[in-house]
Design a protein around this ligand. Sequence first.
Ligand code: PEP
Ligand code: MG
Length: 782
Amino acid sequence: MAVLWLDEISAGDIERVGGKGASLGELTGAGLPVPPGFVVTAGTYRSFIEEAEIDEELFEAVDVDADDSSALANAADRAQELIIETPFPDDLREEIVASYREIGGDEEAFVAVRSSATAEDLPDASFAGQQETFLNITEDALLDRVRECWASLFTQRAIYYRQEQGFDHSSVNIAVVVQQMVDAEKSGVMFTSHPSTGDPTMIIEAAWGLGEAVVSGAVSPDNYVVSRSDRSIDVTVAEKKVMHIKDEETGETVERPVSDERQTERVVSDGEIEALVDLGERVEDHYDTPQDVEWAIVDGDIYMLQSRPITTIDDGARSEAATPVEDAVATTEGVTDGSGTQTAGAGSDAAGTPSDDTGEVIIDGLGSSPGTVSGPAKIVTKLDDLAKVAEGDIIVTEMTMPDMVPAMKRASGIITDEGGMTSHAAIVSRELGVPAVVGTTNATTVLQDGQVVTIDGDKGTVLEGETVEPDEEAEPVEEVRPKSPVKPMTATEVKVNVSIPEAAERAAATGADGVGLLRTEHMILSLNQTPEKFIEENGTDEYTKQLVQGIRSVADEFYPRPVRVRTLDAPTDEFRQLEGGEDEPVEHNPMLGYRGIRRSLDRTDVFAHELEAFRRLYEMGYDNVEIMLPLVNDAEDVYQATKCMREAGIDPDKRKWGVMIETPASALAVEELAEAGIDFASFGTNDLTQYTLAVDRNNEHVADRFDELHPAVLRLIGDVIATCREHDVDTSICGQAGSKPEMVQYLVNEGISSISANIDAVRDVQHEVKRVEQKLLLESVR
Ligand code: PEP
Ligand code: MG
């Protein structure tokens, strides 16, 4: 038998039918309302390649050096071609088609065709490719789609991932689920118990149309919190601007606007909630563990499309008092408790709770990364000093640099003489989750090597002695990494900033809607050579490869969420410290100098290799990568940059790209920028503030004048948002100010499309955005 019907399958059949197939079979067997369907088994894939005798050629084709991007691209092309071009044997074709016809009976059925991963040993099947889904398929396309699911085992990403993880390509199989489509009028997800505490509270999210709009995050769904004890319902109605439906003519799934009146209409009635909760209880009882369920409603009938165990419930939390859903803090390194004290995590080994004897403040500066931690100070004046920084030490230095990142990861805290909230030390320590105080002016001279101090990264103070004791009694904080993090659902997207690829996993775990700014300069600076020097010594291909590698690690972590990658933007004073830096121009004021798009357009030869990295990523299937140009002043900059993109083989009409609004000139010229074709404009308020107010962002002497909320800055921002809305250009913020509640309020009120915040601020920003959006909604109906 090449196929198995869902009612012939149970949970133990994963090897034959994959995880998805087994789960659907189990639910069908339990009498739950699952749309009918069958699974083309993993064994069928295996006999297809073996009987056609393409198996050996296939596995040989993909045995390549995964770091060689062109070899990888060729391998993927060859492997996929082998599968797609091999005809089905007659008996197999007939069996699949006959089963398909049984689903529809007298009518032509529309089915979903999905790959179902059997590789349980792969920690995340999404990396391994096996997540192809085709919707609304009819007989003509069915067999091709099944083969495409099989071929999805051999995308560049999948091959790369298996090579990196040391998995044998020939040991991985794949099954394909073919299931009747439910032409949903409304759909969504349901957590049968509270996803972080395990409390008997069901969370239902619902939107109009097909479910992928909710699952993919294309729409902010309504949120219903139902108490399972008394069935009381707390309803939050969202503004659902779009829905996914089947296009009657083409049969394809398309996104359509929701009519004005239905945008703010409640999606599910009390009666439907009752029915959903009943179903949720049945599923949870069946599996004896809380479930995350995808459901759909059509003609008043409820269908269950998928059910998975909730993996985010902390066992210790099950017995504790209920916490609001949105308060589920999810990080992989360290969790900040209400007082801002780091309680655990790789970035803060010496952390604990404050003891009673509060030390005297010896120096102060800017609290640039939150948390309180004690440890011995290690003064670092030259790179050799880094070797003495051990786990739990506090680095004290003039200013951190890219080659200090490994030591910064070991350290429990960071103190610098120089720098502001947007300096290297501030940005990197926030991403690492290490408390930091920057811009103290004198830490390296006041503090003694080995002296035990306490950093308060919220207040920006450094205290004498150990005022935070390692907390023996505190429960170790478990790694909590929700697969489906429940977060406040907002119409305005909330993204996250990433500067060092090592922080990608932690950033993705926040549940952010994507990366609003990926700074590439940290990838280059960490090579310790200027781009020109690196190219001279290692060749252009190696330079491109380094970029591909860095960007890819973040794009993988977030896929399919978008990752906005900024082209190189390092001022010459940062390059000067690297090998080859002696060739950098001497500038009196590097911040006003040769950086960002100016440098790229001056050295188009170097820029071309950077763009080549993007081209390779697109070729590898990273369609979630977007290009962002820094320090643009006007449309001319954009015309020149798009010319370079075309020359590098990137079609700007097919890719998403945009600019940073960092200079008053770019803010004033945004109409021309929109006409030049940008898809988005993102406020770099760190620079926009310094250039508008003439306040050097790294100069602690004027730090008190650095005010991103200055009326002049806000006016520029507000005008840009208004113009962009007229021209259908997305707006975003990726400067540090996007993490501030006052700025969030202003931006949401002005109608910004997305906000990108620091890792540690994502949750707060999500809440703030939600609060402002609710207020706006209320005001509009009052
Ligand atoms: C900005 O200027 O706000 C920005 C995000 O870019 P950077 O801090 O890297 O200059
Ligand atoms: Mg900037």
